[in-house]
Design a protein around this ligand. Structure first.
Ligand code: ADE
Ligand code: ZN
Length: 339
């Protein structure tokens, strides 16, 4: 293993941009389809993988929403989350802030409680067995209406002790953050953190809206901020974290080649960028794969890799004392590398 890959493997890190439904590997998808008697449009795991050829976000979402049909029972949501958490633990992920899409399930007649009970049982087991801590971020599907988002927030009311924040995902173009200004204001009143996908495909204006109208605490993706120098300066000055997902950007054609990915440029500009996997089962890599392949493609230095690991905790919603403990652990790894 190269020295940089060894460093990536050894560094403690947090993952801040992970859709749990996007961690559904084809093998588990087939197994759950059989267990639940669900017909999939694919016969084999190979056929599923072969379908993962995307030219934009919508191509991916069309397949992603079909895949999640196999998730039916509390045990299915447990199995899904546990598989991800074991994989994350193997990558030295110490803390994860997980997105879930309740509307992708409630729209199919699955109860909100079934989803959240299964997920939280796995999260509790990961903390007990591996010391892996987590938070849950409930996303609103932005292609659906404001009314539907309010209904989802209402369904969450009985479970707020297990929900740390709200997010905004799905088809970005044509669904600006302004559509959800009121529902995000309500979420803020409830004490929930607020994040939003912005600037993945959408223009810098969507990032301004997410900041000014949704009052977000973190930007998911944010790549297109780089088109606007004033916006970059604002993000730098406010130490706003960006949850960047290089292999996702490659597979959804936000960049043509990984060598063109802006992650290194973001760090050079002083942005609080982090490196994440987004939907690892669909985009060909978990968090360490994202670090390794991007490091190689754009020439990240050891110092930049360490900065990304540090940023993942600094940009997290952990309390300050927990952040300080994780940063001290990173310092200990660096010291042992130099010894
Ligand atoms: N839902 C799952 N992954 C997503 C992404 N990368 N962008 C928007 N919505 C998503
Ligand atoms: Zn995402």
């Amino acid at each position: 293993m190269s020295a940089l890959n060894d460093l990536i493997a050894r560094l403690p890190k947090a993952e801040l941009h992970l859709h749990i439904e996007g961690s559904l590997e084809p093998e588990l998808m087939m197994a759950l389809a059989q267990r639940n008697g669900i017909e999939l449009p694919y016969k084999t795991v190979e056929e599923i993988r072969a379908a993962y050829e995307f030219s934009n976000l919508q191509d991916f979402l069309d397949i992603y929403y079909v895949g999640m049909n196999v998730l039916q029972t509390e045990q299915d949501f447990f199995d899904l989350a546990w598989a991800y958490l074991e994989r994350a633990h193997a990558d030295n992920v110490r803390h994860v802030e997980i997105f879930f899409d309740p509307q992708g399930h409630t729209e199919r007649g699955i109860a909100f409680a079934t989803v959240i009970d299964g997920l939280t049982r796995a999260l509790e087991q990961a903390e007990d067995r591996c010391g892996l801590t987590s938070q849950l971020i409930m996303c609103f599907l932005r292609h659906l209406s404001e009314v539907a988002a309010f209904e989802t927030l209402e369904q969450a009311m009985g479970h707020l002790e297990r929900i740390d924040g709200v997010g905004l995902d799905s088809s970005e173009m044509g669904h600006p953050p302004s559509k959800f200004e009121r529902v995000f204001a309500r979420a803020g009143e409830l004490g929930l953190k607020r994040v939003a996908h912005a600037g993945e495909e959408g223009p810098p204006e969507y990032i301004y809206e997410a900041l000014d109208l949704l009052q977000i605490d973190r930007v998911d993706h944010g790549n297109r901020a780089l088109e606007d120098t004033e916006l970059v300066q604002r993000l730098v000055d406010s130490k706003m974290a960006l949850t960047v997902c290089p292999l996702s950007n490659l597979r959804l054609c936000g960049v043509e080649r990984l060598e063109d990915h802006p992650l290194k440029r973001m760090l050079e500009l002083g942005l609080l960028a982090t490196c994440n996997s987004d939907d690892p089962a669909y985009f060909g890599g978990y968090v360490n794969d994202n670090f390794r392949r991007t490091a190689e493609a754009v020439g990240l230095t050891a110092g930049e890799i360490i900065t990304l690991a540090r940023n993942s905790f600094i940009g997290s919603f952990l309390p300050q004392d927990a952040i300080a403990r994780h940063l001290a652990e990173i310092d200990a790894v660096i010291a042992s590398e130099l010894a």
